[in-house]
Design a protein around this ligand. Sequence first.
Ligand SMILES: Cc1ncc(COP(=O)(O)O)c(C=O)c1O
Length: 449
Amino acid sequence: MKKTTETNVPQAALEGSMRDFRVISGDNLVERCDQFFNWQDTRRQSGTWPFSRATEQGPAASCAVRDDTGVLAEGVNFASQDYLSLSSHPAVHEAAQAAIRDFGVHSAGSPALVGNISTSIMLERRIADFLQMEEAILFPTGWAAGFGVIKGLVRSSDYIVMDALSHACLQTGAQASTRNVLLYRHNNLEHCRERLASIRAKDTENAIMLVTEGLFSMDSDTPDIEGLQELANEYNATLMVDVAHDFGNLGEDGSGHIGIQNMLGKVDLVMGSFSKTFGSNGGFVATNSRALKEYLRFYSPSCTFSNAMSPIQIATVSKALDIIQTQEGKQLREKLMMNVLSLREKIRERGMDVYGDPSAIVAVKTGDEGLARMTARLLPQVGLLANLVEFPAVQKGQARFRLQVMANHSEQEIEAAASRIDYAMNMAGHQLELVNKGEAAETPVALAS
Ligand SMILES: Cc1ncc(COP(=O)(O)O)c(C=O)c1O
């Protein structure tokens, strides 16, 4: 291992969190952003700010990324969410090019006006059929769908009962809709029941939306969907499940945990994203009610007042769906799961641990934020692109590296990911000791094998 210049990592770069700047004060909206920027820049300058990086060639299994100081890093890429590797599939590219020929590049309007194209309507039908639901409606992104399904349906006198770890789009949608938001402990049906019962004990006039995810993206775990639907039925609530991370890539037919739990067609509302498995951007809500679909179209602001998915996105997602529903899709899911199991095993063999159950999200337990940031500083140098997740996205002291596995990762790339994160975490531990003693941490430059 060669050693280059010594880099000081100030304590300030290892302390604090984004939570500290969520509420900022000061009489000038522009100037008060400096509070955040100063802290962020302390981290940026010490290499402990591993966010806002841009790929040079798109989300390939191995690729180069440039950080926002202009520094280029190359390595195996476990930081992109292209789970079945469909964004680089030749048939998907051909479909996108054909869409430009046939429809141009722009949707040029909201789906409530004339923003949809004929193939958008076909995609809605196919998503509904895949989930064995009556109807589906498209949104410009998954975020817009998650926010919009809640904001579109829930009014200020209604209630939301939500898993405490639900995604930001769901939490923001809930906050924008009502003050009556009750969180229940993650995947805890008994606590969920208590929340529902407490509402119905005093209010039988207003509605309740019960919100969860099919696969939680920080913990790689799954709720008892049937149990939640039964609770919803019992307390006259409407269940909404966000399937952004499992739909298309999990289960024999790709129908995700709803399919695995034999709940296709039986969940009140299913919301998803095309940004993980379908090689594009976009989102949807599926329902058994035509009336609810029509209501969303005109009362869900992120649908009504936002341009429809573009022709290129519609073609990309439609072709990805073709593949997902064929033998090739099944093989890609099998390859993805082989990679996932292999990565989890290789990580554990090296004495580290991962969260949750096997899925495309392999979250490596790291713990202390200081250790995690020192590790993040080393990863680009040892040739591993992985996303750091820290408080407030997860609890304090439970920082982790979320490795997102893709079907076209090779066995060598999986091996490299495991050995490089192991090496970086060990090296970071030594460096953290030095930094805590007020000494400089050395910066290694060499690729671990
Ligand atoms: C659980 C969940 N829901 C919704 C979204 C938003 O999806 P999109 O990237 O399509 O906006 C994400 C993506 O981060 C997600 O993880």
